[in-house]
Design a binder for this molecule. Structure first.
Ligand code: ATR
Length: 276
């Protein structure tokens, strides 16, 4: 039987086995999907050992190994190159191939599951860590009219805006990103995406409430059993629509499943199953 797994540390909380079991059942695929606890000193060896077994077909990679997975690949997709991180691994002949489906996951969730338009819209991206880096290219493909990247450490936002603009120029796209310090944001946005990890410590990024108006769609990449701190706050400040990152989790898995099995699973059943 074909075998897949997610590797990370910690890993016991991962919902990926449940999601892929749901997809496998729905599409009648004969496969198993497990969790592997990655060792900080042994990650690369574990990956190599995994793929030395011919029935082991694919790995998902999660925190804190996505950059290390990126560094060990023989071939990388364009979106993995932009993200400088890999969350999906498989073999093509004797080459280890890395892709990144996180950014595609959020874009698909926003557009297809929530009916949010991104093209021609003004988008605010909060944060400048791995989560935000991963969404730059898929967002660019939607051609927003404005993209503002804002981060507590301003220099990191500037670096990502610079990277976005270099890519846009290379692809002959007209849209450009700009960077802003959090507290200097002074206009409203059509879409606000929170890619900071502030919610993990129950904190809020220090942004003025002016960014939210009744037509603002707010997406927090985090999710939990209850509404995220960020979404609760955004709603209290007048944002008309709030969404959490559960759909992104399921959609990034669906894209990994498609890469491995050449089948695109239906995702709504799985999202409903996971929603507390
Ligand atoms: P990830 O891979 O999940 O993006 P990360 O690379 O550690 O994690 O990035 C975390 C992001 O959340 C960073 O943009 C961080 O801001 P800094 O670059 O200034 O560190 C942001 N972040 C974390 N806690 C925050 C807080 N309390 N307020 C605002 N931003 C915060």
């Amino acid at each position: 039987m074909d075998r897949y797994a997610v590797i990370g540390n910690p890993i016991s909380h991962s919902k990926s086995p449940l999601i892929h079991a749901c997809f496998a059942e729905q599409t009648s695929q004969n496969m198993v999907y497990e969790r592997i606890e990655g060792g900080i000193d042994t990650f690369e060896d574990q990956v190599i050992r995994f793929f030395s077994v011919s029935s082991n077909k694919g790995l998902n990679v999660t925190v804190p190994f996505k950059e290390r997975a990126f560094a060990m690949c023989d071939e990388l997709s364009a979106r993995a190159q932009t993200a400088e991180a890999v969350n999906t691994l498989f073999m093509r002949g004797s080459s280890l191939v890395g892709d990144n489906t996180d950014g595609c996951g959020i874009v698909t969730d926003l557009i297809e599951n929530h009916g949010v338009t991104l093209s021609g819209q003004r988008i605010l991206l909060l944060g400048a860590g791995g989560a935000v880096k991963g969404v730059l290219q898929p967002l660019m493909e939607q051609s927003p009219s404005a993209l503002v990247i804002s981060n507590r450490t301003f220099s990191k936002a500037e670096a990502l805006a610079g990277r976005y603009n270099a890519m846009a120029e290379e692809l002959n796209l007209s849209g450009r990103a700009e960077a802003s310090p959090l507290e200097q944001l002074n206009t409203s946005f059509d879409v606000v995406i929170n890619g900071t990890s502030a919610s993990l410590s129950g904190e809020l990024p220090n942004i003025p409430a002016d960014v939210f108006v009744a037509t603002t769609a707010v997406y927090d990449m985090m999710y939990g059993d209850s509404e995220t701190v960020f979404n609760r706050w955004a709603r209290s400040q007048g944002a008309g629509k709030t969404m959490d990152g559960l759909g992104m989790l399921v959609e990034q898995a669906a894209e990994a499943f498609r890469l491995w099995r050449e089948l695109k699973p239906e995702t709504n059943t799985c999202i409903k199953l996971l929603r507390p």
